[in-house]
Design a protein around this ligand. Structure first.
Ligand code: GLN
Length: 484
């Protein structure tokens, strides 16, 4: 049952082959068996899930159910869920029970889906390995000595071990795509503004985007249909029609031009990853696509630019966690300053503190022009590179991450090495354009992702390009032996 696609699950539910309660219980049992090993969930909402499943079964019985009604799902613990702890992977919010639902949660609930629980993540979504979570590291089901990637590592591990049929994630610099690559999933970061950020705890507001983490492009398309759309409560959400993402999945790729940025295949890329990704790209030629080498000359600016913009925005966003309005409150404060400093000192982990300090510095009087303003200018150059490229090509392809999953502790002492994990993904967040990672093969038994990047609001094309590949390959169907 846990290897079925969303369309297959939908058919099974609608035909009465299985009830939503049975399906939900099946996943809850799997979570119960495997979460001890993987630490993929921070909270499992059993009772609530079974209640939702009962309602779904009623709708299925009286024929008022939609296509996704009764299908279980896991939410990254960054989305506010009413009445449920929403921790964002931090001690700061360990006791925070959200008083309202994020728009994404609301839409998914309205579609009749069943929430199994909230998945583990790097603290406030800062990280590439899920080692910065207050709730401990998440293990990669493909090799439990290795990281699942981050920051949506809990959703990725849960999906790879088939503890949920689909999950949500967020991506500020790569956090949907990089863990998807390391765990053999199909993950999409949509165009900035495509999905509402309302109720999604802010890390870097000008970069954050939610998206699906799925077993296939088709499943991702199903969830994109539900998640996308304008929301008046998010001033950056875009008022633009949402196409049916499933309608164009099978479109022909005849005549498609694929751009291969030379900067994505150079130094720093593991040669075996390069070979795997190149083989995947080559197979597009037999589907009628043309390959064209391109250049994104400002790629080298992406990491330094991001590590000014993201910390600057997070230092501002996280100022609300002061022990008064939100978050952990220190005991017996001497005075107000002591309350602030100890609450924040105790509540935040090391990586979050590092980012707040960098961001506060970059925004401070006298440095704003030198850092934040300069970073915004670099951001424009990066964005222009893509616009230049899309004059000649339809989509861009390359690796998602420079390496397969690495071992715990391998990069924790060297923040810059960790930051380089996102070298191929961060540019798209800075430009605001969509990107996907899809399974493309294995290196020494570890999954490797192919990244597909598109122009603004070209999600349907990305899903189509991914789906056609998945019609010809079965990489996306592979699951780790220990979690069959
Ligand atoms: N790894 C990047 C960071 O640490 C991106 C994280 C993300 O996309 N949330 O900031």
């Amino acid at each position: 049952m846990h290897n079925k696609s969303l369309p297959e699950l939908s058919t099974a539910l609608h035909s009465g082959e299985i009830s939503s309660v049975e399906l939900t219980q099946h996943y809850l049992d799997r979570i119960n068996t495997h979460n001890k090993t993987l630490n993929a969930f921070i909270s499992v909402t059993d009772d609530r899930a079974l209640e939702q499943a009962k309602v779904a079964d009623k709708m299925l019985a009286n024929k008022t159910a939609g296509t996704l009604t009764g299908i279980p799902l896991a939410h990254k613990d960054i989305f506010c869920t009413k009445g449920v702890r929403t921790s964002c992977g931090s001690k700061m919010l360990d006791k925070f029970v959200a008083p309202y639902d994020a728009t994404v949660v609301e839409k998914i609930d309205a579609a009749g889906m069943v929430t199994l629980g909230k998945t583990n993540m790097d603290e406030f979504a800062m990280g590439s390995s899920n080692e910065t979570s207050f709730y401990g590291a998440v293990k990669n089901p493909w090799d439990t000595d290795r990281v699942p990637g981050g920051s949506s590592g809990g959703s990725a591990a849960a999906m790879a071990a088939r503890l949920a049929p689909i999950a949500t994630g967020t991506d500020t610099g790569g956090s949907i795509r990089q863990p998807s690559s390391l765990c053999n999933l199909t993950g999409m970061k949509p165009t900035y503004g495509r999905i509402s950020r309302y109720g999604m705890i802010a890390f870097a507001s000008s970069l954050d985007q939610a998206g699906p983490m799925a077993n296939s492009a088709e499943d991702a398309a199903w969830l994109m249909n539900v998640m996308s759309g304008f929301d008046k409560r998010d001033s950056t959400s875009v008022e633009r029609d949402v196409p049916d993402y499933t309608a164009t999945l099978n479109d022909s790729l005849e005549g498609l031009t694929i751009g291969l940025p030379k900067e994505y295949f150079g130094e720093g890329l593991d040669p075996k990853v390069a070979a795997t990704v190149e083989a995947a790209i080559k197979s597009y030629e037999s589907m009628g696509a043309k390959l064209k080498e391109i250049t994104l000359p400002n790629t080298g600016l992406a990491i330094p630019t991001y590590y000014v913009v993201a910390p600057a925005e997070c230092s501002s966003n996280l100022s609300r966690m002061d022990g008064v309005r939100f978050g952990h409150r220190a005991e017996d404060p001497k005075d107000l300053l002591d309350l602030y400093t100890r609450s924040r000192g105790e509540g935040f982990g090391e990586e979050v503190k590092r980012r707040i300090m960098i961001g506060t510095y970059a925004l401070s009087a006298g440095y704003y022009d030198a850092y934040y303003l300069k970073a915004q200018q670099c951001r424009r150059l990066i964005s222009n590179d893509f616009q230049q490229a899309f004059k000649e090509v339809d989509v861009i392809m390359g690796p998602t991450a420079p390496t397969p999953a690495f071992r715990f502790g391998e990069k924790t002492d060297d923040p810059v090495a960790m930051y380089l994990e996102d070298i191929y993904t961060i540019n798209t967040n800075l430009a605001g354009i969509p990107g996907m990672s899809i399974p493309a093969g294995f290196v020494d038994g570890l999954p490797v992702g192919l990244q597909i990047i598109g122009n603004y609001f070209d999600e349907a094309r990305l899903l189509n390009v991914a789906h056609r590949y998945q019609q010809q390959t079965d990489w996306h169907k592979q699951t780790p032996d220990a979690f069959k």
